[in-house]
Design a protein around this ligand. Structure first.
Ligand code: SF4
Ligand code: SF4
Length: 454
């Protein structure tokens, strides 16, 4: 794609990088075919190619973001499905991140949108407090959902856990010795949303690692990975989170040595692996961020219950980190029958804070996802991201857990409480799923193709 930035504009490293990305795009439009919002809305400007044009026009002309640009960029899930499809290697992730920072600096949001973006969503502590009344109001969800101006509020209520907020078995700071021989020393990053919504995912991860001989370090100095603020365009806050985590983890690495940083929320993993890019203009942190990314880039292990698992590929894992087969391989080795979900490359609508900010589109994506999952008739759904677990859990009665909870159970840990009522097969064998990759949905006609946003 031809660009027309002036030499003066190109002195800005952010613009220079955006220019390099834009120049790789050959306008082929292949990416539109796998974009969930283009598939639902059918508007060129709600697909990656259209958004790339909008961003190019805004940056080249150094224009403040307009309402139109904001509308179409806000609707982007950052699922990165377009990056998996693009034959030219266009780094849409970095381009849209840059555009969001520009929007944040030049566009004034108002009302509910401003409250959610400026106050509630960037502050995990406030978000946690908001979940308390949300639990009480949950029974009124059906009522609230039908009030047009309350759609985002009802989406927030739907995310609140049913019953009491769960408590973590392991808390920080801690250094938990492994069993048997010493395999290594690792940090487990606990994440901000996950520690509130499903701390048992971290507990299962820690148990597995200790059983395998790893000493597990939980540092109290780490915090949110920064992805929520990063995707809201609030760059200063995101970089502050990144620096704090880098300092916390490298202090552990330098003090007693560290073999890996274990991140079990794929959305967080994608952001942590991108710290080096986010901090590329900070000479004091670029090298440190590269060290952290290397420590976060490892693969795990294996063992056995026979249940059929629908594996939901979280976008941040499959498109963002290109980790596609390893979680399924581990589940199969552990004795589970693993089914791929038809149209599994499409987002479930969670996408960080998307399900709160764009509830209409998120709901249709969720309905499609649940319908596709149900065609595989699973006993349980497994996925690697707390956002997906929470989102999909609001649309189906099929139990949904983190992959690591199933692995922990298979290796002698507790059965996840979500599976309390599920009957176990007597003697089930791991199934060969060759040829079952991404089958076409049985009842494709029922898959909504368009969404009415009026
Ligand atoms: S697939 Fe890649 S090169 Fe083609 S239009 Fe999309 S971003 Fe551009
Ligand atoms: S990130 Fe996802 S929603 Fe956004 S343009 Fe790419 S495919 Fe579409």
């Amino acid at each position: 794609m031809k660009t027309q930035f002036t030499p003066e504009q190109l002195k800005d490293p952010g613009i220079a990088h955006a220019n390099q990305i834009l120049r790789k795009c050959v306008h082929c439009g292949f990416c539109n075919a796998t974009c969930p919002t283009y598939g639902l809305l059918g508007d060129e400007l709600d697909g990656p190619r259209g958004r790339i044009y909008l961003i190019k026009d805004m940056l080249e002309n150094n224009r403040p973001a307009t309402e139109e640009v904001v509308r179409h960029i806000d609707r982007c899930l950052s699922c990165l499905s377009c990056m998996s499809t693009c034959p030219s290697g266009v780094n849409y992730m970095h381009l849209v991140d840059h555009a969001r920072v520009h929007i944040e600096k030049t566009y004034k949001r108002t009302g509910q949108d401003a409250f959610l973006r400026d106050w509630l969503l960037p502050r995990p502590a406030l978000f946690r407090i908001a979940l308390l009344p949300a639990r009480i109001m949950r029974p009124f969800l059906g009522l609230v959902r039908h009030i047009p101006s309350m759609e985002r509020v009802s989406s927030l209520l739907a995310l609140a856990p049913k019953g009491r907020l769960p408590r973590a078995e392991f808390s920080s700071p801690a250094s938990l010795k492994g069993e048997g021989f010493r395999a290594g020393r690792v940090v487990v990053m606990r994440g901000c949303a996950q520690t509130v919504l499903r701390p048992q995912i971290n507990d299962a991860t820690i148990r597995i690692l200790r059983r395998l001989g790893y000493e597990v370090v939980l540092t109290a100095k780490e915090g949110c990975c920064g992805s929520l603020t990063h995707h809201l365009g609030r760059e200063d806050e995101a970089l502050k989170s990144a620096r704090r985590n880098i300092d916390a983890w490298l202090a552990e690495a330098d003090r007693t040595g560290l073999d890996a940083i274990i991140i079990n929320a794929s959305g967080c993993g994608t952001t942590v692996k991108d710290y080096a890019h986010m901090l590329k203009d900070d000479a004091g942190y670029t090298g440190k961020a590269q060290r952290v990314a290397a420590l976060a880039d490892i693969g795990p292990m294996a063992i056995k219950p026979g249940l059929t698992v629908a594996y939901h590929a979280a976008c941040s894992l499959t498109h963002g980190q290109r980790i596609r087969t390893q979680p399924k391989d581990l589940l199969k080795k552990a004795g589970f029958v693993v089914r791929d979900v038809p149209q599994g490359h499409l987002c479930c609508g969670s996408a960080g804070t998307y399900n709160i900010l764009q509830p209409k589109i998120a709901r249709v994506l969720l309905q499609n996802k649940v319908r596709n999952i149900e065609t595989t008739a699973p006993d349980v759904i497994a996925t690697g991201n707390i956002g997906c677990i929470t989102q999909i859990g609001t649309g189906t009665k099929i139990p949904i857990v983190h992959t690591v909870e199933l692995l922990d159970w298979a290796m002698g840990g507790d059965r996840p409480k979500e599976l309390a009522g599920v009957e176990l097969p007597e003697e089930a064998e791991a199934e060969d799923i060759t040829g079952l990759q991404d089958p076409t949905p049985a009842d494709d006609k029922k898959t909504p193709r368009a969404v009415e946003l009026a």
